[in-house]
Design a protein. Structure first.
Length: 119
């Protein structure tokens, strides 16, 4: 995967925070938008873990592409894209828990979502 660098450590940390905050939203606040009743679901949890594993697989693939092409760009780009995605999800989870989210952050999330949908 290109070594256990700061950017990869950050991504893994944010993935864990996102997963735990998602558990809190569903388990404590019963306000998840991923289940019909907003409560915990083992199936939904396993899907989330699976998605994070696939994201890490893309980091591995990007690293291998970097090695193949003799550059050092794809891995970092993929990691930073997933870091942005995890941050958005963590902020959304905080909002579902009733934590006040500053308007500037909400606006930044909307812009990031629009940009990712365009691509």
């Amino acid at each position: 995967m290109g070594g256990f660098t700061r950017d990869l450590k950050t991504l893994i940390l944010l993935m864990a925070i996102d997963f735990l905050s998602g558990l809190m939203v569903a388990g404590i606040f019963k306000n998840s938008n991923k289940t019909r009743n907003g409560a915990l679901s083992s199936k939904t949890g396993f899907k989330g873990i699976g998605k994070k594993c696939i994201a890490l697989t893309f980091v591995l693939i990007a690293h291998r592409l970097d090695l193949l092409l003799g550059m050092n760009f794809a891995r970092s780009a993929v990691i930073f894209a997933y870091i942005a995605n995890e941050l958005i999800s963590i902020i959304e989870n905080a909002g579902l828990m009733g934590v006040p989210v500053p308007q500037v952050i909400k606006k930044a999330i909307d812009i990031l979502k629009e940009k990712s949908e365009e691509n």
